[in-house]
Ligand binder design. Structure first.
Ligand code: ZN
Length: 433
């Protein structure tokens, strides 16, 4: 009898709409192609979305929901959204209206909880007639005519919904890596025969596959992804350079790091359709040995120049299964510039001077690589300067030969060395091929 009563009571409770979902966050991000609005929901909820003209607007009706957070618009991120309003067409529905500056195509989807986020309703708005990207592409293609520049695609990790790692003092990886990426672009563009393009130049998320697809569209000779890693032990410090490994990671640390970087798409918000495309492209080919060989060579060169600048985490280039490095035909490396989890490195990551020096060191490494093996038809192939290596503590002649992929014999010969003893601070001429 008591059991039956209790059951009746539970059923009665269920009939009353007490399980209302709360909208407890609202964010907007704008990239060159679209504006993305994100509503945080504290539970899964049904919604209807429709668009209206004159003035153009998107109406989102959320079932059994209420507003638990103000709908504020940050002007610099607002993009095509000119205003946000809310109301209640009936007592069980929360209506959110996005006023638009332009007619836009709309795509919406609900994301499952992941990382620090709960359910998220994502509304992507693609303004009709926007053609920024085409002009940028044309610019690079025109340059590729006769004695072309080598093109370096710089990829600032994370962005938008995906903050990346966060430091003790709330520094966000997505912000500092964008600052370093911009410095790197400046530094590369300043070199003769070199041009850099950025995969993202603002606070918005790009799916991992789109990042290397952009590099391929720009016909990049190299893809460099910039990050700042985190570790639970705040003492861990130093920079690292990674290349793709299809077989396995070079250390447990590298494996964990790749797994965490690869979760970006879930946090940044990628739809299921996008993921299917991604799989297809990743399966394309991982055995492009020429691309892998070049990736290793450029990674060694960049690692070498970061080592001259400061502390490195390990004493060698590492490899792991990073999704963003899976371009089949563009040599790709990932640089973890410093540990954002280490308080003194967190401070450095925000320092303009340090960002510049890091950008300069990466540029040196990249430039050395291209002077060693310039792509045919490039300005560098016609005008390259001799490559020099500055000897640092711990260097041996064998390691240097290895790093630049030259024979010990030719290294001795061009430097007229009688023994294998080298002096810290001296410069060695690297034989080119
Ligand atoms: Zn990262």
């Amino acid at each position: 009898m008591a059991i039956r009563l209790a059951l009746a009571w539970i059923l009665a409770m269920a009939a009353v709409p007490v399980f209302a979902a709360d909208v407890d966050g609202f964010r907007v991000w704008t990239d060159p192609e679209k504006t993305r609005a994100v509503l945080d929901l504290d539970e899964r909820t049904e919604y209807q979305l429709f668009t209206l003209d004159s003035p153009p607007r998107v109406v989102i009706d959320l079932d059994k929901s209420s507003l638990g957070h103000s709908l504020d618009l940050v002007p610099e991120h607002a993009g095509v959204i000119s205003g946000v309003r809310h109301g209640a067409p009936d007592k069980n529905t929360l209506r959110v209206v996005l006023d638009l500056a332009n007619q836009s195509e709309v795509k919406s989807f609900l994301l499952e909880p992941t990382g620090a986020y709960g359910y998220r309703l994502v509304v992507d708005l693609f303004p009709k007639n926007s053609g920024n990207r085409k002009t940028a592409l044309k610019h690079v293609s025109a340059m590729q005519a006769s004695s072309r520049d080598v093109v370096v695609a710089i990829d600032a990790g994370h962005g938008g919904e995906d903050p990346g790692a966060t430091g003790k003092n709330r520094t966000r990886e997505k912000d500092v890596v964008l600052a370093i990426a911009r410095e790197l672009k400046k530094s590369i563009d300043a070199q003769p025969g070199m041009t850099a393009v950025l995969t993202r130049n603002g606070d918005y998320y790009i799916p991992l596959r789109d990042r290397f697809e952009k590099a391929r569209k720009y016909r990049a000779d190299l893809f460099v992804s910039i990050h700042a890693d985190a570790f639970k032990n705040r003492k861990v410090s130093g920079s690292s350079v990674f290349v793709l490994s299809s077989k396995g990671a070079s250390s447990e640390f590298a494996r964990r790091l790749a797994a965490s970087e690869n979760s970006s798409d879930l946090i940044g918000g990628v739809t299921l359709n996008d993921k299917d495309d991604m799989l297809a492209s990743v399966l394309l080919d991982l055995s492009q040995s020429a691309t892998m060989e070049a990736s290793h060579a450029v990674a060694d060169s960049v690692f070498g120049s970061l080592k001259v600048m400061g502390k490195t985490h390990k004493n060698h280039v590492e490899h792991a299964n990073f999704m963003v490095l899976k371009s089949p035909d563009v040599p790709s490396i990932l640089v973890e510039t410093a540990f954002i989890s280490n308080p003194s490195e967190e401070k450095r990551l925000k320092d303009r001077g340090w960002q510049r020096r890091t950008a300069r060191a990466i540029t040196d490494g990249i430039q050395n690589y291209f002077y060693m093996s310039p792509p045919p038809g490039t300005w560098i192939a016609a005008n390259r300067q001799p490559v020099r290596h500055q000897v640092v503590r711990g260097d041996t002649l064998g390691e240097i030969a290895n790093r630049y992929r030259v024979s010990l014999y030719s290294l001795r010969r061009v430097n007229q060395l009688k023994t294998d003893n080298i002096r810290v601070g001296s410069e060695l001429l690297i034989p080119t091929t």
